[in-house]
Design a protein around this ligand. Structure first.
Ligand SMILES: [Zn+2]
Length: 271
């Protein structure tokens, strides 16, 4: 039993102010007090992993109705989504010859708008989520009336029925199937699950928003602009670096446009 292939699914992109991605990217000084911000593209990826034990999907991208009122006005302003019909998750899976019902397990890195947006496709599937983030997101969307106060969580995403949620404990890294490890990388959010995938020819680390971009990874590591816990954030980045060295692994950055342009996209795959 082993992991055989990783497909990178292109589910469109967000745009945002770069200060949200890299903390303090544009900062004024005495001589230049007013600095122009940068407005950047954030590719949004999901990952399909083929194993001897069936298909695993890691993250689901954003909901196709995001900009049609499914997201709050604030989210549509701060992170507008651009997603072509062929970039919707089911179409991307179809490129790999896979239907949502073929997926045995979904792993969600964290419950934010660009990762947990398509659980409606998985009403009978086991979905593994980071417990601390799942609880935080549920409280945020259930107990605050105004959707503009829900941070990166979307009530529609948090209200999905699936086959079964498995709430992964933040203290325990585990092997999901042979060749696929689930690792805890908290900091960006109260809990965040990354994957280490051992393929026949290489090891890939998928840290999602633990490492937004090459600027975050460094070295030295930099804090992202949006961060729940800065100390665990930095520890998690260094955990990825240790694993990368240990396995001589390829790290796929979550939202880095220059790197994204170099990635092989489905139906091409890594093996
Ligand atoms: Zn993200």
């Amino acid at each position: 039993m082993a992991a055989k292939k990783v497909y990178i699914l292109n589910t469109g992109y967000l745009e945002t102010d770069k200060n949200n991605v890299v903390g303090g990217w544009t900062v004024g000084t005495k001589d230049t007090p007013y600095v122009k911000n940068e407005w950047i593209k954030l590719p949004v990826m999901a990952f399909l992993i083929e194993t001897d034990d069936g298909y695993i999907l890691y993250d689901t991208g954003s909901n196709p109705d995001a900009m049609k009122g499914y997201w709050s006005k604030v989210l549509q302003q701060i992170y507008p989504l651009y997603q072509k019909p062929e970039e919707e998750l089911d179409k991307q899976l179809a490129l790999c010859g896979v239907k949502p019902e073929d997926i045995k397990t979904v792993v969600i890195s964290h419950m934010h708008l660009d990762h947990a947006g398509n659980l409606q496709l998985f009403p009978n599937t086991t979905v593994i989520v980071p417990k601390a983030d799942f609880y935080a997101g549920q409280a945020q969307v259930k107990l605050n009336k105004d959707p503009n106060t829900h941070g990166g969580y979307v009530k529609g995403d948090m209200d999905r029925y699936v086959g079964q949620y498995v709430l992964a404990d933040g203290d325990v890294d585990f092997e999901l199937v042979p060749g696929v490890e689930v690792i805890n990388l908290p900091g960006h959010t109260p809990g965040l699950l990354g994957l280490v995938v051992h393929l026949p020819n290489q090891t890939m680390i998928l840290p999602q928003d633990c490492i937004y971009s090459s600027e975050i990874y460094g070295p030295p590591a930099r804090l992202s602009g949006l961060c729940y816990d800065s100390i665990s954030f930095m520890k998690s980045v260094e955990k990825v670096r240790r694993l990368q060295k240990k396995y001589n692994a390829t790290v796929i950055y979550a939202h880095d446009e220059p790197s994204f342009k170099t990635y092989k996209l489905a139906p091409a795959y890594y093996d």
